[in-house]
Design a protein around this ligand. Structure first.
Ligand code: UDP
Ligand code: MG
Length: 327
């Protein structure tokens, strides 16, 4: 099969028939073999009934998964990814803001230009300013943290992937905002971008509020940390803890020596506890020790993780199965 289209949706009943007809038209015009996998994320507006009707009319093409409750866009995408069978996997929003007309070119970029992932770029957006402005800031931060300098729009719902990319990455929580970063961390570095048409929402309302930006930054911090220190937390906490402890220790030595010197030379002196530096030093030593111990705890957790030695091996040469220990 050429293409799997994955559509996560939450209360988008009105848009679905139009979307399906549009996808069908584009696919037929270009002669693609395809499937459309709808992932109903706990809709309460009858979206699932609409999907059932669409599937009844076209059982070869329309497939669906329905969650018992609303989990979020990332779980929906992840579930769709697991079921995709097309060579190229396309994700798109259900609200008709993304245009199926972009599919043939996205497909071509993956197949012919060798990209692992192509992300849409809503260069001209039809969304309120309260959304587009913070989005600019969000993307600039994501670019510098992830090191993917050529992407303008990380969170575009319209994306195309080589099938092995979606089988390899795991999208959970709200991590759909950073799928290019996830792909890069999994070793898929050929990440491209295509300017795509964007439309104002025709039916229904947006499912994400302004809290998306706060949560987005926290998730970015998590990804950065887990990617850099996920299996060697001591390198993070150990360094920080040692530095703090050392600074505190030096400060304590200075406070102590200064007092001894003052006593010895018969100058004016008071209790060390009268000096603010004493308390600063004490706090730093305690915090430093705690950070260091956090590092140890992190290492113990990693030791127990079944994934600590999981690597993506692309090829092997001349090694028999029986000589590979473990697993
Ligand atoms: N969506 C979902 N689960 C959710 C929230 C949203 O599956 O909990 C779907 C939604 O139905 C749409 C896509 O994710 O197909 C993008 O959502 P939306 O259009 O509300 O986001 P925006 O365009 O405002 O960024
Ligand atoms: Mg939308």
């Amino acid at each position: 099969m050429d293409i799997s289209v994955i559509v996560p949706l939450y209360n988008e009943a009105e848009s679905l028939p139009e979307l399906q007809a549009w996808i069908d038209r584009v696919m037929h015009e270009n002669g693609f073999t395809y499937e459309v996998i709808y992932v109903n994320d706990g809709s309460t507006d009858g979206s699932w009934e609409v999907i059932e009707a669409l599937a009844a009319a076209n059982p070869e093409v329309v497939k669906g998964v329905s969650f018992r409750r609303n989990y979020g866009k990332s779980p929906a995408l992840n579930t769709g990814f697991a079921r995709a069978t097309g060579d190229v996997v396309i994700t798109m929003d259900a609200d008709l803001q993304d245009s199926p007309d972009e599919i043939p070119e996205l497909y071509r970029m993956i197949k012919e230009e060798g990209y692992d992932l192509v992300s849409g770029w809503k260069q001209k957006r039809y969304d309120p300013l309260s959304k587009t402005l913070p989005t600019k800031l969000f993307n600039a931060t994501a670019r510098s943290v992830s090191g993917i300098k050529n992407l303008h729009d990380f969170n575009c719902g319209l994306k195309a992937y080589r099938q092995k990319v979606v089988k390899r990455i795991e999208v959970y929580g709200d991590m759909h905002r950073y799928i290019p970063y996830l792909a890069k961390n999994a070793g898929f570095s050929r990440i491209g971008e295509k300017v795509v048409k964007h439309q104002a929402r025709k039916y229904g309302t947006t499912k994400f509020g302004l809290d998306r930006f706060v949560n987005g930054y926290l998730d970015l911090a998590t990804l950065w940390f887990t990617n850099k220190f996920g299996i060697k937390p001591m390198h993070f906490f150990g360094l920080l803890g040692s530095l703090m402890f050392l600074l505190g220790f030096i400060a304590v030595v200075i406070v102590g020596v200064a007092k001894l010197y003052a006593m010895h030379s018969g100058g004016h002196y008071t209790l060390v506890t009268n000096s603010p530096y004493f308390y600063i030093a004490l706090t730093m030593m305690i915090l430093g020790t705690q950070l260091f111990l956090t590092g140890f705890l992190g290492e113990l957790i990693v030791r127990n993780s079944s994934r600590r030695n999981e690597y993506e091996i692309e090829q092997e040469l001349g090694i028999g199965q029986q000589t590979v220990a473990g697993k």
